[in-house]
Ligand binder design. Structure first.
Ligand SMILES: *Cc1c(COP(=O)(O)O)cnc(C)c1O
Length: 463
């Protein structure tokens, strides 16, 4: 299996090299040369199967020769062993034909653990075989950072630097990043928003001298392995609800388009997904783009669903690559326009093709709070604000005859202030995290300045 860049100018790589590279050297994102298909009988066989078995069936065709099947299976077992729910990604019913896919039973209470726990295993195997070490630099709107730190803390051959927007993550999110005491973990509070943090990370990848000198590796959803790990729960959820014989729709709370793109991959593999509904908060660039055909970056407005406070949605590039018939030059030109002028217009054909698969909606702050309150009253389920954005949008988007699955992307206890303000109920952290508020914190504030951040990384890096 080979992977090609969405901008058409970087060499094709195998799975392991793609995973270690993160961003392609032409600034693009890696995608598989072709998407392996699952036969209807293979999908049907996964109904009722353990999550780990489904993961092996979905992931193995993409990894090619990188790992033997037994080794891959062991890594998948280890990745999900620490989850607090036997089903890993349980489905709960909210209303007739509306289901919630709970993705917050991993160690840091957000869906990011599904990919990061597996990537931790895959990276370790690849590095051990190559005798190499890497320096992970990631940007986070809140949840990727803690999930990455949890997956890589204490490893000898990995240093982890996480840039988070200062003052714009919840206290639980911040403490999950600042309380690990291992010497290989560095939480950096950048004086800027998430888009600034993500842009500096991309700058570091595009500085090839720096990239090679420190052995840079990416764990943001620009890393293909993350998207791949996330396709699994679309398959398990759909199989539980009757796929391949019955179509299913999904509503996905979205920021960087990574999670919903994983759903798109599942659809391309043959899963009968009717609609993928993109749910945004007031930072609604993706909803506006799917509505008007114009992708226009505006300033980020902080919200009660901070993990989606994003305007430059990096994985959208992967979808564009497909709807522009895999024309890397056309995608590169759109991305140039975005960088130079803050936006671009989609061709009519590209927009029509996106709309065949994706629908969209947005939730205001008020609608988000009202959805948390209403859902608690109607079902007893306490939603985090991101999941509430999803439920609000799903209620408007769903059709009576197709089951709708809304992804619950984080545990409510990660955002206790917003949940309490909406319901009067303060959600408690799981027992394993109960002393989070007492642990000492450690973080470094950095300016939104590439050279300053690079200097700090060079200084802190263990050789
Ligand atoms: C990361 C995150 C999202 C957005 O996911 P993308 O892959 O960036 O679209 C939504 N909700 C929560 C809780 C998250 O952590």
């Amino acid at each position: 299996m080979h992977y090609v860049s969405t901008r058409g100018q970087a060499p094709a790589l195998d799975f392991e090299a793609t995973m270690l590279a993160g961003l392609a050297r032409d600034g693009g994102l890696y995608v598989p040369e072709r998407i392996p298909e699952m036969a209807p009988a293979e999908i049907a066989a996964l109904a009722g199967a353990p999550y780990e078995e489904a993961a092996l069936r979905v992931i193995a065709p993409f990894t090619g020769e990188a790992f033997g099947e037994a080794a891959l299976s062991d890594m998948i077992e280890r990745a999900y062993a620490g989850f607090r729910h036997e089903a890993r990604a349980p489905l709960k019913q909210l209303a007739p034909n509306h289901f919630l896919l709970e993705l917050f039973h991993g160690p840091t209470l957000a869906f990011k653990d599904f990919a990061m726990q597996l990537i931790g295993q895959l990276f370790q195997a690849a590095l051990a075989r190559r005798g190499e070490r890497i320096c992970i630099v990631g940007a986070t709107s809140g949840d990727t950072g803690s999930a990455a730190i949890e997956a890589f803390r204490g490893l000898d051959n990995v240093d982890v630097f996480i840039l988070f927007p200062e003052g714009r993550v919840s206290e639980v999110q911040r403490r999950q990043m600042t309380t690990p005491q291992e010497a290989n973990v560095h939480a950096l509070a950048i004086e800027g928003d998430f888009d600034a943090a993500q842009a500096r990370v991309k700058d570091m990848f595009n500085d090839h001298a720096f990239r090679d000198a420190v052995g840079l590796a990416a764990v943001n959803s620009i890393n293909w392995a993350r998207v791949l790990a996330q396709t699994v729960y679309y398959v398990t959820a759909a199989a539980s609800l009757g796929a391949p014989h019955r179509p299913v729709s999904f509503t996905v709370p979205t920021g960087n388009f990574g999670d919903v793109f994983a759903g798109y991959v599942a659809k391309r593999m043959g899963l009968p997904i009717d609609k993928l509904v993109v749910a945004t908060n007031q930072n609604d660039i993706l909803h506006r783009c799917l509505t008007t055909g114009r992708y226009e970056v505006e300033g980020v407005v902080p919200s009660i669903s901070p993990s989606m406070d994003i305007q430059v949605s990096s994985n959208f590039e992967r979808a564009l690559f497909d709807v522009y018939d895999r024309d890397g030059a056309a995608v590169a030109q759109l991305m140039e326009e975005q960088k130079a002028r803050g936006g671009f217009a989609l061709s009519q054909g590209a927009l029509a093709r996106l709309r065949e698969v994706f629908a969209s909606g947005r939730a205001s702050e008020e609608e988000t709070r009202a959805t948390i309150a209403r859902t608690l009253e109607a079902t007893g389920e306490l939603l985090c604000p991101h999941s509430a954005v999803g439920v609000h949008v799903a209620e408007a988007a769903r059709a009576r005859d197709v089951p709708m699955v809304t992804l619950a992307t984080a545990h409510p206890a990660k955002f206790p202030d917003a949940v309490e303000a909406a319901t009067g109920v303060r959600p408690a952290l799981p027992p394993s995290m109960a002393n989070l508020y007492e642990r000492p914190e450690r973080a470094t504030t950095v300016p939104d300045d590439l050279a300053a951040i690079q200097d700090l990384i060079r200084e802190r890096l263990r050789r």
